[in-house]
Write a protein that binds this ligand. Structure first.
Ligand code: FAD
Length: 382
């Protein structure tokens, strides 16, 4: 007889969740609104994140990282996002930049570049998007030309998360424009490399504390051993890294949605109108029931994708479904949470309007939800 599916987290996973939850409750939540208002991450918080091993989530312990598997990463990112999505995005973006190195980097490259973002407490950036190449990432125009033992990189990258504060930049540039996607290669550009400049920090609707900006590469020279994998392998590495990271975007979305749901539920218990708590009104009860149903459905999709990934099963469709569904849920649930709080939901002293602003980016970055649906459909018709 087949047994039931085990929906419980293991003791180890529960301990990880508890640690991340406590960290978010004690260290992140108290400063979340201030960081949002000032559009700046608390540097002390980022240092503490690394001390807790919550920074370089996907990097193996031998290279100074947390060494978490896909499920562990989702557990942590959900909890961090409950505290503040900007903090979660900072950690997730660092993990995204590490993936190409983990997938195709040499042992020497991993030893050189990964410890500073793990135990070193630094950040990393994944630099693919350009002003004219967003969803159509294969059309990037940044170039890398080899001269002897060096590559010279030129180009401008748009919307780079952790842009001004990374230890290294994982840059995608074309080594052969005639080959389009197959001519794209991946390079590590360390912080402080001459010719690497940063644009102004972008002013955003949500995840305001996260550092997002343009990076400009002007005659940036890197040694040939900063090429990750082979020449022409970069686009595949970028797509694989984004695939691997998608359950994590879903998890951050669920963290935001869960936080909004909890805020709405607490408010519904306390707020009185017409002589009773608004939670006594069936309309409000229905809203809350719909909210938690969707949050839990999203969480199941996230864990399904992470489990399949971990088990070595095909997970591309599941990861895209998790990312698209969970971020759509985050947008819907945060909007409903604002509604449950009425006028107070619209006021910046309460956290729910921030959740609503933060949720929006989850539908846009790391492949918009329209692109996720294309990914899902491609798998259906494969
Ligand atoms: C805060 C923030 C952080 C980011 N961080 C990073 C980062 O760290 N590294 C990085 O490389 N990038 C990053 N990005 C870029 C992000 O991934 C892109 O913005 C995203 O992929 C969409 O690209 P675009 O903005 O050029 O939109 P476009 O591609 O121009 O899309 C515009 C609209 O058209 C739709 N569309 C486009 N093509 C299709 C199609 N074929 N079918 C149907 N609809 C389509 C899109 O879904 C969207 O609705 C970040 C962006 C933001 C805003």
């Amino acid at each position: 007889m087949p047994g039931p599916l085990d929906y419980r987290l293991s003791d180890e996973q529960l301990a990880l969740q508890k640690m991340a939850r406590e960290f978010a409750r004690q260290e992140i939540s108290p400063v979340a609104l201030k960081m949002d208002e000032e559009e700046e991450l608390d540097p002390f918080l980022i240092k503490r994140l690394a001390e807790y091993g919550l920074q370089s989530l996907n990097t193996p312990v031998e290279y100074g990282g947390s060494g978490l598997d896909a499920v562990g990463i989702c557990i942590v990112l959900e909890e961090l996002a409950k505290g503040c999505a900007s903090v979660a995005v900072t950690s997730a973006a660092t993990a995204l930049a590490a993936y190409p190195l983990l997938l195709a980097g040499s042992d020497e490259q991993k030893k050189r570049f990964l410890p500073p973002i793990g135990e070193g407490g630094g950040l990393a950036s994944f630099c693919l998007t350009e002003a004219e190449a967003g969803s159509d990432a294969a059309s990037i125009t940044s170039t890398a030309v080899r001269y002897g033992r060096e590559y010279v990189i030129n180009g401008t990258k748009a919307f780079v998360s952790n842009g001004g504060s990374a230890e290294f930049y994982l840059v995608f540039a074309s080594t052969d424009r005639s080959k389009k996607a197959k001519g794209i290669s991946a390079f590590v550009v360390p912080r402080g490399t001459p010719g690497l400049r940063f644009g102004k920090k972008l002013r955003k609707m949500g995840i305001r504390a996260a550092d997002t900006r343009e990076i400009i590469l002007e005659e940036v020279k890197v040694p040939v051993n900063n090429l990750v994998g082979r020449e022409g392998q970069g686009f595949v590495l970028a797509m694989e890294a984004l695939d691997l990271a998608r359950p994590g975007v879903g998890a951050m979305s669920i963290g935001i949605a869960q936080a909004a749901f909890e805020a709405a539920l607490n408010y519904a218990r306390e707020r009185r109108q017409f002589g009773k708590p608004i939670g006594d009104f069936q309309t409000i009860q229905n809203m809350l029931a719909d909210m938690i149903m969707k949050v839990e459905a999203g969480r199941h999709l996230v864990f399904q994708a992470a489990c399949k990934l971990e088990q070595g099963l095909p997970f591309t469709k599941e990861a895209a479904m998790a990312k698209a569904f969970a971020s759509d849920v985050a947008m819907e649930v945060t909007t409903q949470a604002v509604q449950v709080l009425g006028g107070y939901g619209f006021i910046r002293d309460y956290p729910v309007e921030k959740y609503m602003r933060d949720a929006k980016i989850m539908q846009i970055f790391e492949g918009t939800n329209q692109i996720q649906r294309l990914v899902i459909a491609k798998q259906l018709f494969a």
